[in-house]
Structure formats: C-alpha cells, structure tokens
Design a protein around this ligand. Structure first.
Ligand SMILES: Cc1ncc(COP(=O)(O)O)c(C=O)c1O
Length: 455
C-alpha cells in the first residue's frame, strides 16, 4: 500500500469516526470479556489483507469510548480542537524525533517558541522548559531537578543517608507520590498538608510541617503547590506558599497541569498570582486547551537547570549544532514525538485572546451549572466552584451508582470525587463545545438515572 492510499483510508475512517461520534456520542457499555470474545485481536504469523484490516480498525473504533464527544465528562479534558488535530495528523506523517535540530529542524524552533510563550505567561521570562508525555512526567522531571538542587551529589553518587521530604496538599495529584517512589525519596516521605474546605493547601500547616521536619534533621526537597486540583479544581495560595519556600530555601514547584491554561484569561489569571515566584511549573495543554493527547510542558524559571540535571553526552546523537537547539539535552526522553506543532497551530489560530474567551466561557458555564444545582431542591452542591469542577450529589442517591448506571446505559460518562468521606459526582466543564444545552442534557440524564435508582 502506498502512503497516498494510507492517507486516503485514514481520512475516510477518521471522517466515519467523527460522524459516528455525532450520531452516537457514547457507545453501548460492554464488559471486557464480551469484547474479547467478539473482536479478533490476535497477532499471528500470517498478515491480514488490507480490506480486512480496515474492517478490523472500523470495528475496533466502534467499540472505543468516544472521549471527544459531547457526552464525555469523565476526565480533565474533553472535545478536540480541529486545528490542533490537523497539525497532529501532519506530525504523524512527518514523524520527526525531537532530540536534535538535525532531525527536528524547524519543528525544534516551533517548540522553542511555544515554550518561550508559555514561560512568559507564567512569569518565567528568559527561563526554559521541556515537553513531556503528560503532567505526571512533567512533575517527575521537576522533582528530579529539585532533588538534585537540594541534595548536592545526588545525581552522581546517589542519595546516601538521610531522610528527605517533599510537601503537597491532601488534594495534590498522585503523580507526586509515585515520583517520590521512582526517585528513591520514598513514597511515605511525601507530606500531605491539610487543606481548607475548598481544597486549598493550608500554608500555616505547611510551615509547621517544615519547621518540625527541620528540627528533626529531615531535609526538605520540594514544595508542590497545585493550581487546579484534580477533584475540586482548587488553586493553592501561591504567594503564601512561595513565602514559606523562600524563607527556607526550598524548591517550589507549581503543578498547574490542569489550571495552567487559566494564565491565558486576564479575568481569572489572579488564581495563579504568585506562580512567577515558583522555580518550576507543569502546564498541560491537553487539558483545558483542548489539544489532543499528549501535550504537557515543564517550565523552569531559571534556564540551564534541565540540562544540568538531565544532559548526557552521546556523540552518536548530538552531532553538531548548538545544544540550545538540541532539546534532547533537556529531556527525560531520547526518541520523542513532536507534541509542540499541534499546540502551536491551535495557538496561532486562536491567539491568546481566543483562549481567554474559551476559558472565560467555560468558567461561566461552570458557575451556571453550580447555580442550577443550588436552585434544584433534589441536588446538593459541595461548594461553589473555584474553577471548572462542580461536585454535587443527588439527594438520597449514591453518586457512584449514578455514575456507573449512566455509563452502563450508554447515557454519558462522568466520574465521582471522594470528598470529606462521601462520593460526589464531579462535573468537569472543559469541553470547548459544551454549552447550556449540553448542561440541560447532562442534568436531565443524571436526574433520570437517579429517579430510576430511587424507584
Ligand atoms: C493536578 C494534576 N496534576 C497532574 C496530573 C497528571 O497529568 P497527566 O494525566 O497529563 O499525566 C493531573 C491529571 O489529571 C492533574 O489533575
């Protein structure tokens, strides 16, 4: 098959997928055993002729969750930016690896421009950064740098003796604990600082924990503040946390994987005030910005530290060109796909202003969803949302059962949060195509399922 044939088939299949998504936004729920019995997925000695393979792909996609559809509220991303999708298709066809200028060429320059623009939005003028395959790995890379900066010799000689601690809030993302385990700092040495009712880190408690640790000879490695928590979309008080970090000379990271995009809205940017005081910041464009997975960045206030802690000399790869144009020296990865082009193309198309509009519209929708809940005697709002996550219950009905039944009956996909010992349905308003009519459908389905469960 030629590449032209391949592109023609891909276009036909992708168009079918998008049409199907519009006609049937959710597929019928199937158990894995059922699917395994129905789909022939075995790899074997004989190749499959192209028409049969196309049928297999078509069948597979019919059975795949349609996460870009209007009925998907289950994760912190939703929808699909058409311009970013176009650029992503070109990226796949071009297939440039992004370790060197020699192999990435103009794409490396695109990546630099995107990182420069994002760093300046975060208040890290003149800093640097890297792309990574997700917020979890961006957070991991931040912890690598923070650890090596805190513990001299750790990169060359290992950790040695001593007890180390990092700090995040009880609402912080689990990737931080995983990173502590991966980096030999110990998962149990991640201090989970209490939060206020709205899920924001208590900076007084943070200071207390650090002072207790210091007096016991424990060495703080990093404070992670979260800008946009996974469950509540809460923003930690960055200026207060920065004060504690600077007083004790501790690396401050902002996990803005979710909330980083709010920097683009002049109206809501104040939620991230103080992020410019941090040392590093994770920002995922595959969440609120609607860029297809994966598209995450780690931004550094001071340039040079990623290279200092991640660089390896490899004469077979880094040949010629200034390392400034060889992003591979500032990366966790060797071969790395180009995640920058889709973000760059979407950003060129929408501009900062287009994104500000999108974010303001989503905030307004989230507030409207919260108002609907407050006005409805059958619904109970956890609290008015700080950003795009609205947690609520249907009185007298289990949130987890509602979510499970919504999925089983092919109505919509939504998850639940665990807050103050109870489950709460978590509506996430991140899909750029969501509107009031979409909220009508959402609440209609939730209430219909709750009524059926109650009956
Ligand atoms: C606050 C926060 N940090 C990090 C992550 C991890 O991001 P990713 O899924 O891109 O690895 C998430 C994911 O939802 C998140 O909500």
């Amino acid at each position: 098959m030629t590449m032209r044939d391949s592109l023609r088939h891909a276009f036909e299949l992708a168009t079918e997928m998008v049409d199907l998504e519009r006609r049937a936004p959710l597929r019928e729920h199937r158990q894995p055993e059922e699917l395994l019995a129905e789909l022939d997925l075995t790899l074997c000695g004989e190749g499959q002729p192209m028409p049969a393979l196309l049928d297999s792909l078509r069948q597979l996609y019919r059975e795949t969750p349609r996460i870009a559809s209007s009925r998907f509220f289950n994760q912190l991303f939703g929808g699909r930016d058409p311009v970013a999708t176009l650029a992503e298709i070109l990226t796949v066809v071009a297939n440039n690896p992004m370790y060197t200028y020699k192999a990435g060429g103009a794409q490396v320059l695109v990546e630099r421009e995107v990182l420069r623009h994002m760093a300046s939005k975060a208040g890290f003028e003149g800093g640097d950064g890297m792309f990574s395959p997700g917020g979890s790995l961006s957070n991991l890379a931040a912890l690598v740098v923070a650890r090596n900066e805190a513990l001299e010799g750790a990169r060359e000689d290992g950790l040695g003796a001593g007890r180390f601690r990092a700090y995040t809030s009880r609402e912080g993302h689990y990737s931080l604990r995983r990173a502590m385990g991966i980096l030999g700092l110990g998962r149990n040495n991640l201090c989970m600082v209490p939060t206020d009712e709205g899920g924001r880190m208590d900076a007084v408690a943070l200071r207390r924990e650090i002072e207790t640790d210091l007096s016991a000879g424990v060495r703080p490695v990093m404070i992670n503040a979260t800008a946009g928590t996974t469950q509540l979309g809460a923003f930690d008080p960055l200026p207060e946390i920065a004060e504690v970090a600077s007083e004790h000379g501790i690396w401050m990271h902002v996990d803005a994987a979710y909330g980083g995009s709010v920097l683009l809205s002049p109206r809501h940017r104040r939620l991230l005030d103080g992020c410019e005081l941090a040392d590093s910041l994770t920002w995922d464009a595959h969440k609120i910005m609607g860029v297809p997975l994966t598209c995450s960045t780690l931004l550094m206030r001071r340039p040079g530290l990623l290279a200092k802690h991640l660089d390896e000399s490899a004469g077979y790869l880094f040949q010629g060109d200034d390392d400034e144009f060889n992003p591979g020296v500032r990366s966790l990865q060797c071969g790395r796909r180009n995640d920058a082009l889709k973000l760059w193309a979407a950003w060129r198309f929408h501009g900062d202003r287009g994104y500000a509009h999108r974010i303001d519209r989503l905030f307004a929708l989230a507030a409207s969803a919260a108002d609907r809940i407050e006005a409805d005697p059958d619904l109970r709002l956890f609290r008015h949302p700080e950003s795009l996550n609205i947690c609520f219950q249907v009185t007298g009905c289990s949130a987890s059962e509602i979510c499970e039944r919504l999925e089983r009956e092919g109505r919509l996909l939504v998850g639940y949060a665990r807050l103050q010992g109870e489950n709460w349905i978590r509506l996430v308003c991140v899909n750029g195509d969501l509107d009031e009519a979409g909220l009508d459908i959402f609440f209609g389905e939730v209430k219909a399922v709750a009524a059926a469960l109650a009956g």
